[in-house]
Write a protein that binds this ligand. Structure first.
Ligand code: 5AD
Ligand code: SF4
Length: 442
């Protein structure tokens, strides 16, 4: 019997990557994908719990799926990892729970459940190498392809669940990454995004030991140079970076490697030294700003994006003003901002002075205003420029398409033919704070 599956993926780019690998491995093992959960034998939720009340939402989503056809309801990813056995108590219809490092075993687990050999399965083990090596086959290659180079985090920022869900930092061996990139490029990928929670602390097994050095691992600088030497890559990016691990050598690689985009995501979270300390970020606001300045001196074309959290426990008006001051000096072209949300079992959840939601809302609005001021300034500077845009999706209006420029800014254009997944030459004609508008030139 051939079984159908439906998958819903929540969260970050790493989760999108995992979701695609799950689809690949299931289809290659004889399952087929459907787009409606009500027609599926197997329903998979691949989850994220970095913010918000993920389990509550999942409870109600599962509750809404009423279909006699369903034989397996699976919860995978970070919620599964965080909830452990509890997931079966909270959502009794779930009969398969798997963490972010066990999804390569899904065909085996699904067979056991569908054949009635087992009633319920949970696997939250940490099979990183095995997982990456058994899920590197892809059925579809996109022009922009994400390649995980590391997973997990050892930083333990006090607000964050990632070290507990994705586990300790694991770096894939250099040779595995290079082989995967070569294969992707040979099959049509043109932009490679090197991904992970903390890519600039990458320390993967070296493909060979350099003469005069007994170092057995490579850093991200060496990995980027080796990948850039592969023929056929048009653009190379990496994300996400931690400020404390950002080295001068990595800044210099931006000059040495022309296909490496001059755009880096370096989240700062707060501009207050007191809050940064409570967050366990291991740097001060000045140290961070000095790194941006040094980076601009080394590589004048570089632009930055960041993440911010407002309303961290005990954040005062003065602390928040320090964040606004940092924004003014840092000059970001793009940013992501969040109200602090309590994550169970993290140190910040136990901090006593939690901030009222009204104050968080009000600070978030002020922060957005400050960030958008810079965003519109940079977007306006693009007007009149010709840029290579990778078209990623259809826009809301007819014949409208949306792409990304090298600074990950959204570019909106019109076209009579389907140009999704293609690089196009575009003249930027106008801008607002969230995107720019352009005209196709080829
Ligand atoms: N509350 C709000 N935002 C958070 N982030 C991580 N944990 C939390 C939390 N508990 C944000 C950080 C991080 C981004 C991926 O998500 O800004 O950089
Ligand atoms: Fe979370 Fe901090 Fe690690 Fe980023 S660096 S994943 S915010 S613990």
């Amino acid at each position: 019997m051939i079984y159908s599956f439906y998958i819903k993926v929540y969260g970050c780019q790493m989760n999108d990557y995992d979701g695609k690998r799950i689809e690949d491995i299931l289809i290659l093992n004889g399952f087929f994908k459907v787009n409606d959960p009500l027609t599926a034998d197997i329903v998979i939720f691949y989850t994220c719990n970095i913010r918000e009340k993920a389990v509550h939402k999942l409870e109600s989503t599962v509750g809404m799926i009423k279909s006699p056809k369903i034989k397996v309801i699976a919860v995978g990813g970070c919620v599964a990892q965080a909830e452990k056995d509890n997931i079966f108590k909270r959502i009794p219809r779930v009969n398969l729970s798997f963490g972010p490092s066990t999804y390569h075993k899904l065909p085996e687990y699904l067979d056991d459940l569908l054949s009635g050999k087992k009633k319920r399965i949970i696997d939250l083990s940490n099979y990183k190498l095995e997982k990456f090596n058994s899920t590197n086959k892809r059925r579809e290659i996109t022009t922009s392809s994400y390649v995980a180079i590391q997973e997990g985090c050892d930083n333990f920022c006090t607000y964050c669940v990632v070290p507990y869900t994705r586990g300790r930092e694991y770096s894939r061996p250099v040779i595995d990454i290079i082989n995967e990139v070569k294969w992707l490029v040979n099959n049509g990928a043109k932009e490679i995004v090197l991904g992970g929670q903390n890519v600039n602390s990458y320390h993967g097994e070296a493909p060979y030991i350099t003469i005069g050095s007994n170092r057995k691992t490579w850093r991200i600088e060496e990995l980027i140079k080796a990948i850039a030497a592969i023929d056929g890559i048009k653009r190379l990016r990496y994300l996400t970076s931690h400020p404390k691990d950002f080295t001068v050598e990595l800044m210099q690689v931006h000059n040495a490697v022309p296909i490496l985009v001059p755009f880096v995501h370096i989240p700062v979270q707060s501009g207050s030294d007191r809050i940064l300390k409570l967050m366990n970020r291991n740097h001060t606001a000045r140290e961070y700003l000095d790194k941006l300045k040094l980076f601009r001196d080394i590589c004048p074309a570089i632009q930055f994006s960041s993440d911010f959290i407002v309303g961290f426990p005990s954040e005062t008006e003065e602390d928040f003003n320090d964040t606004l001051k940092l924004v003014e000096e840092a000059k970001y072209t793009l940013s992501f901002y969040f109200k602090y949300s309590i994550r169970p079992n993290t140190p910040a959840a136990r901090m006593l002075e939690q901030i009222d939601d009204k104050i968080k809302e009000e600070r978030l609005a002020r922060l957005i205003k400050a960030l958008l001021k810079d965003q519109i300034y940079y977007n306006n500077k693009l007007v009149g420029k010709i840029q290579e845009i990778l078209i990623t999706k259809k826009g809301k209006k007819e014949n409208q398409y949306i792409g990304k420029n090298i600074y990950m800014q959204s570019v909106i254009i019109n076209s009579d033919e389907n140009i999704i997944d293609k690089f196009k030459t575009v003249l930027i004609e106008s801008a607002n704070e969230n995107c720019v508008f352009g005209k196709l030139l080829d």
